[in-house]
Each structure stands twice: as C-alpha cells, then as structure tokens.
Design a binder for this molecule. Structure first.
Ligand code: ASP
Ligand code: MG
Length: 452
C-alpha cells in the first residue's frame, strides 16, 4: 500500500503548455520563466515562437512550387531572426555559443530540405523545426538563469498510430521510463505539436496541436492539472474579434469546452479536451500576460445552467438532399451516411423533413465525389460559405432567453437549426455574411439581459 502511494506520488506533477506568443519575445519568455520557477514538479510543453510555424509552412510551399530561391531567402531571414533572439536572450557566452551551433545546424538542415523534392514527409520535417528551436533555446535560457530545466525530446515518446490517434500505451510507457531515467528535476521541457507516426517518421498533431500534446502528456503521467497558457484570459463567452465586452468564462465542463473548441473558439485545439476528459484531469486556461487572472477551469463539474457561450465556425458547406421517392423511407439515411463514411468526411449538423435532409460538412476535399454519388439517387443543392453558430452551456434550453431565439434572429435567415442533439448545444447555420450580425444580436439578448 505504501509502495503504491509512493509510486503514484512520483508522477504527481502538472503539465504547463505555453503558446507561441508566450515564447514569442524575450520579454514574454522572462514572464514564462517566472511562472514556472516555483518549486512544483512540472512538464512544460512549448509551441514554436509565434510566426515561426507559418514561416516554415511558407518555406515548404516555396519548395513545393519549385521557388527554391524564395525558400532559401526565407530560410536566411528566419535564421537572422533567431540569431538576434539568442544574442539578446543569452549573455552567458559559452551557453550562447552552444545554442548558436544548434540554431545553425537547424538552418543548414532547412537548406538541405530546400534542395529536395517536396513530399508530405519533407513538410513534416520542415514544420517540426519551430518547436525544436523554441525548446532548445528556452531550456538553455532557464539553465542560464539558474533553473535546472531538462529537455525531454518529444520524438522519444510521442507517437500516433495508423489512424492518427495518439498511441496512448506507447506514450505512457516511454514517457514514464524517460522521466525515471532523466536526472531529477522540477522542470522538464518538451516540444508540443511534433510526434512520430506509426512507421517512425516525423509527423505532427496538426496546426495548433501543442494544446493536444499537453493533455496527451497530462494523461500519460496522470498529472494533477494541465495548464494551457496563452495571451488571452481564458475562453470567452463570445468571439472578442466581432463582439464588444466579452468576458472569460470561469468554469466549463469537459463537454461544454469540447463543443466550444470544436465549434470555433480559436483558443483551444479541438481535440485537446478528449485525453483530459478520459483521464479526468482538470484543464486550466491561463494568460501569461496576466497570471493573476483566474482564467477558465475546465473540469468534470457542470456549474450553472443555460447558455454560457457563443462560438462560430466558418467555411461550412451545407448540402440538401431530396429524394424523388418518400425520403425517409427505410434505408435512405443509411445510404446517405455510407457515402460520407466512404469519403471519410464527418457531418456536423443534420436536419430532416419529409422531403429532404440537410447536413453540413467542414471538410469539402471530397465534395465532388460525394455529390456524384448522392446524385445517383437524389437531387442535391449545395450552399457554400455558411457558418455554424453554436450556443453552448449545460442544459442550454434552460436559459431564460432561449425561447426568444427565433425572435432575436428574425432579420437573419437561418438555414438550419439543431436542437436537442445534446444537452450542451444549440447550433444555427447562417450565411457567413450574416455571421457578425447574428453574433452581436445573440450576444445582446443573451448576455446583456435585454428582453425583446
Ligand atoms: N507551432 C504549431 C502551430 O503553429 C503548433 C502550435 O503552436 O500549437 O500550429
Ligand atoms: Mg494555439
């Protein structure tokens, strides 16, 4: 029993993930250092410095389009930027030289990439360099500042399987072994975003994937909490880019947060909540620029009822499928779904009537083939440039203004509405041109307490 407790205690730690802006300037890196310099045991997951991944994607695009000169110019420009960063950040000459050698080797590698033929693997190798750079530089910086930080390379333990899902067993086994073998420390640093695929090649968890790394790592070490540090004070009740006076939501359940992340709240990578929910590890969203603010706590608890937040997701395609024969005749929906399944395209919203079924997708890569197959047995109408507006909260229907939704939206044409799919969500589909008006209107009635 005692042994068991000790074993558990050994891995009791927090996982803190810092996003691109948090490591995007020297001033911000210093703030991050202050945040992690308490004496608690932690794994720190870092993104690339802000702008770097985009720059690397652009370099990869130049290579793909055979604009090798442009690729090389951008590689040099980025190299200069990094040399300037390390010159400003590191005043210990020996440490600075060590980092300079590393940085130079990364940029020599990128130059070699620029002379190779483009492939998915080449892209993966190129975009991985951002997190490799940020973690190396930041670890050495912490060492210079007297903190015993140790770098744990993500590629030694992060792996996805053939279906691109995290290989939980492999990750857990390897991460726990690596921590056991590493010198004791309170601060382990690792790269977000990057991983190996099932064949051992370098891959990643898709753009924004460092958040996902953090909860995968959190679950693997059974962390007591995962903290996601960004440059905003938590998840907001509406999109601050379009609506004034939004505020951070203090508490969200895993389900509410998952709906919000999926339906457009840009602050979290959509899959982030899954590993935390499965392992029941609370996730706290915090602001590096304002560490004292409460942020948002995502946990198993439901606090409050009714609409807590509104989010919107763009680039949605709506497809209306009408059948000449009785639409909902036995087997019709199955036939429809099988086509989407065949093209690995997931459906977000669905509504039915006696004569038609409408549904939405956000990945229209295989739209042409899907339509061809649907047209074999139905008439199809497609509307692009749609947006899903999602109202999220535990028992959304209990909000005092929910019943007025139709009145609130009387000036906007709502293409579809989905209500009752879960207790946490009401979704509306509108033309993207109407999105901002709809967000403002809903915000006004729902959060300003205005009654129509
Ligand atoms: N650096 C990667 C990106 O910009 C991953 C991340 O920041 O989460 O997408
Ligand atoms: Mg992000």
């Amino acid at each position: 029993m005692i042994l068991n407790l000790q074993h558990k205690y050994k891995y009791k730690m927090k996982v803190l993930k810092f996003g691109g802006t948090s490591v995007g300037s020297i001033a911000n890196m210093k703030m991050v250092k202050d945040i992690i310099a308490d004496n608690e045991k932690k794994i720190v997951v870092l993104s690339a410095m802000s702008g770097t991944t985009n720059a690397l994607v652009e370099i990869s695009n130049f290579i793909k389009n055979d604009h090798i000169e442009n690729a090389n110019q951008n590689i040099e420009a980025l190299h200069h930027k990094y040399v300037a960063v390390i010159n400003d950040l590191l005043d210990d000459e020996a440490l600075r030289q060590d980092v300079e050698i590393y940085v130079d080797s990364v940029f020599s590698f990128l130059k070699i990439c620029a002379s190779e033929n483009h492939s998915q693997l080449l892209y993966n190798k190129i975009v991985a360099q951002g997190e490799l750079l940020s973690t190396y530089i930041f670890t050495v910086y912490l060492n210079q500042e007297g903190l015993n930080a140790i770098l744990l390379p993500a590629l030694d333990f992060m792996r996805i399987d053939k279906t691109n899902d995290p290989d939980d067993f492999y990750i857990k086994q390897n991460l726990q072994r690596i921590i056991k073998e590493a010198s004791p420390s309170n601060i382990y640093i690792t790269q977000g975003f990057i991983c190996l695929d099932a064949y051992g090649n370098i891959a990643n968890l898709q753009r924004g994937g460092s958040d996902y790394t953090a909860t995968i790592v959190g679950a693997a070490v059974n962390a007591e909490e995962v903290e996601i540090w960004t440059d905003i004070d938590g998840m907001h009740n509406n999109d601050p880019r379009f609506v004034e006076n939004t505020h951070a939501i203090s508490n969200l359940s895993f389900d509410e947060a998952a709906e919000l992340a999926y339906f457009g709240a840009k602050i979290l990578h959509p899959q982030t909540v899954m590993p935390a929910r499965e392992a029941n590890i609370p996730v706290r969203l915090k602001n590096t620029m304002d560490p004292a603010s409460y942020g948002t706590l995502i946990s198993i608890d439901f606090k409050g009822e009714g609409i807590k937040a509104i989010a919107a997701k763009d680039n949605i395609t709506a497809i209306k499928i009408k059948s000449a024969r009785m639409l909902l005749a036995h087997g019709f929906l199955k036939k429809v779904f099988e086509i989407f399944e065949k093209y690995e395209t997931s459906i977000d919203m669905i509504t039915t009537s006696e004569v038609a079924v409408s549904l939405t997708i956000d990945d229209d890569k295989n739209l042409v083939s899907i339509l061809e197959e649907l047209e074999k047995f139905s008439t199809v109408e497609v509307d692009k440039q749609q947006s899903i507006i999602c109202l999220v909260g535990h028992l959304v229907v209990r909000h005092h203004e929910t019943h007025r939704l139709f009145k609130v939206l009387q000036d906007i044409s709502v293409r579809m509405i989905s209500y009752g799919g879960s207790n946490n969500n009401i979704s509306l589909l509108v033309n993207t041109n109407d999105k901002i008006t709809a967000l403002k209107c809903l915000n006004h009635y729902i959060f300003d307490g205005v009654t129509a």
